[in-house]
Design a binder for this molecule. Sequence first.
Ligand code: G3P
Length: 202
Amino acid sequence: MILQIAAVVLSYLLGSVSFSVLIGRFMKGVDVRQHGSGNAGATNTLRVLGKGPAIMVLLLDVCKGIAAVWLGYWLGGGSQWTAALAGIAAIAGHNWPLYFHFRGGKGIATAIGVLATLCFFPALIAGIIAILSIVITRYVSLGSLIFVILTPWMILVLGYSWPLFWSSLIICVFAVWRHRSNIRKLIQGKENRLGSKGGDRL
Ligand code: G3P
């Protein structure tokens, strides 16, 4: 039990490392949370700082999710529940980071790492559909929502385990909650499209 709890706590602390804030501060001397959408994530880093920093943030945030799930499997002695809870804890850390006044991101890149490690094929199918939706509409938030909403259903359809279904559903609820303002803007037709000239770029 101690090891399982340690996996969850360590994963939260790992998730709390906000790479968009760190890279923004160290590379350009800015806090991305003060610009663009105010979100500490790869999409807002792209908007504010450009492609290079955004790709770094995306990869590092995905890696946080992968590392947390591995840590959960390792300390949990192969338990799927511990791995899934560690992944959820990393996403919670990303969204509400201990080291950055609990103001973080929306958890999608970290969720990609977590879900791809826990259940590769359901995440892959949901990911392909999500990417297609982003290519067609240029709404990253819409693609993010499609990814987290579709993954639990893909898990069911492909017959994966209940711990994976329930944990992916929790991840979905976190993500939808964090995208409240995006959902409102999507409905109003005011959401930022990828590459649109919003004047946010520094
Ligand atoms: O993953 C975050 C993305 O879905 C939306 O980001 O900055 O446009 O709110 P943003």
